[in-house]
Design a protein around this ligand. Structure first.
Ligand SMILES: [Cu+2]
Length: 210
């Protein structure tokens, strides 16, 4: 017969196990490429992650570890991805600032980012090399509360929208103008594009963006 003392211990152990909510590891594999897309019905070369711009949304809970293996499949440009708003406590080398916290990811190579999302909130990630942000290399990071915790306010639904100025000329053309002497302003964007990051595929001809 099991001693009574031991029987009392079993629910206690179960309770303790459930209490310490474990953080998860979230893994992503991204391929960064140049592709033609028409997000505003004007076909132009953009930079995609796994075929999409904006790139995939990272969804996690507080204290999860995010691992993103980024492969640079651009032919001639380096890349780096900055995780905007993520504090990188203990992992400053994964902040993604090319030339400051890391060497760039060269074409044909893969770099593995690994960091903890220690605060809940909505963040963006974006290219941190040249003007690649303008080409569509960005996306969202959504960090929820750990299991068992609830937000201090009520709402009906949650929508995430990324706003970006969208130019029809290439970032190379823009850069040439901006670095000219005298300075050559690139003008207003052709469209202020807003892309809900949760949207289903929308297609224009052969081109789909996320
Ligand atoms: Cu930023």
């Amino acid at each position: 017969m099991v001693p009574v003392r031991f029987l009392l211990l079993i629910p206690l152990i179960a309770l303790l196990n459930g209490y310490g909510v474990e953080a998860r590891i979230r893994r992503y594999k991204w391929e960064v490429k140049n592709e033609f897309k028409s997000p505003d019905c004007y076909r132009k070369m953009v930079i995609t992650i796994n075929g999409r711009t904006p790139g995939p949304t990272i969804r996690a809970q507080q204290n999860d570890t995010i691992i993103v293996e980024v492969t640079n499949s651009l032919f001639t440009e380096n890349i780096a991805i900055h995780w905007h708003g993520i504090r990188q406590i203990g992992t400053p080398w994964f902040d993604g600032s090319e030339g400051i916290t890391q060497c760039p990811i060269l074409p044909g190579t893969t770099f593995k980012y690994q960091f903890v999302v220690d605060r809940p909130g909505t963040y963006v990630y974006h290219a941190h090399y040249g003007m690649q942000r303008d080409s569509g290399l960005y996306g969202s990071i959504i960090v929820g509360l750990p299991d068992g915790e609830s937000e201090p306010f009520a709402y009906d639904y949650d929508r995430n929208i990324i706003l970006n100025d969208w130019y029809h000329n290439s970032t190379t053309e823009q850069a040439v103008g901006l670095s000219k002497v005298p300075f050559q302003w690139i003008g207003e964007p052709q469209v202020d594009i807003s892309l809900p990051v949760f949207q289903v595929n929308k297609c224009f001809g052969d081109d789909c963006f996320m």
